[in-house]
Design a protein around this ligand. Sequence first.
Ligand code: UDP
Length: 330
Amino acid sequence: MRVLITGAAGFLGSHLADRFLLDHHAVVGLDNFVTGHPDNIAHLVGRDSFEFIRHNISTYTFVAGPLDGVLHFASPASPVDYLEHPIPTLKVGALGTHNALGLAKAKGARFFLASTSEVYGDPLVHPQTESYWGNVNPIGPRGVYDEAKRYAEAMTMAYHRYHGMDTRIVRIFNTYGPRMRPRDGRVVSNFIVQALCGEPLTVYGDGSQTRSFCYVDDEIDGIYRLFMGGDSQPVNIGNPDEYTVRQLAEIVVAATGSTSPIEYKPLPVDDPKVRRPDITRARSLLGWEPKVDVREGVARTVEYFRSLLDSERMRPRDEPAPRPAPRSAT
Ligand code: UDP
């Protein structure tokens, strides 16, 4: 197969590219580096079966040659990132999905949408099943991501129903692991980087809100199985083990041996109080369930961030980049 992955230099996109290449497929990666990073695909550049196109999928997109799959993973996905890029986030969910669907249709390719647990908003049903319609504030700060992804799901189903296209929708729950951007603002990366840098761990609110954290290898395995098998109805892929944010802080402190204190900060607007996937459908449809326990996954992720400790990528978001050294007068 030859597949196109949008957002290929991102956290999930780059792991997905690895997975297709491992199974001897060819991958065309596309990214504009809004939140992706060249380091994530540096090991792939130059390989025969990997091509890279630097391009914004929210604009007209041409890809030469046949494609068997189009996997649309491009989007800011951390709340801090989509608050910083609200309009590109809306555009990539709406216009980007439309362009990616149009490309898949022209090539006769299977289309795969990376959707999100955010379509459930601040959920009133717990755990969340795919049949739940969600509780989303369209005009709140998170609306730019949530509504774009909901629109993307609607657009995908319209292409499936109207054009008879072969489509998939995965609803991805909180996922973590190597290649997350160190300062992307998400809770796992924040806590680990803060712990390694000796900074306080920033717990928002009282830390009693819950999330369920899936290690990236498990998430990619579920996504790959859904692409290869599965059907057109949405599937939750995530780890159903639920933790409070405070518990996660304790796990990270234990994994790093850090002496960082906890610092409480205001809870962001519309921050969901609970989140946990019901994965009954993934289990029966794909024979999939996660295998990596959060303590094991956090330990592996700590090793990754440790390897970046001297990198300028660990610099806090609000700290200006160092100025280039002045040129010598000679
Ligand atoms: N959070 C936190 N401290 C941080 C970053 C996040 O307490 O430094 C909380 C956040 O308020 C939310 C949870 O951790 O309740 C997960 O946040 P994240 O940004 O990872 O993603 P979300 O699940 O909200 O999309």
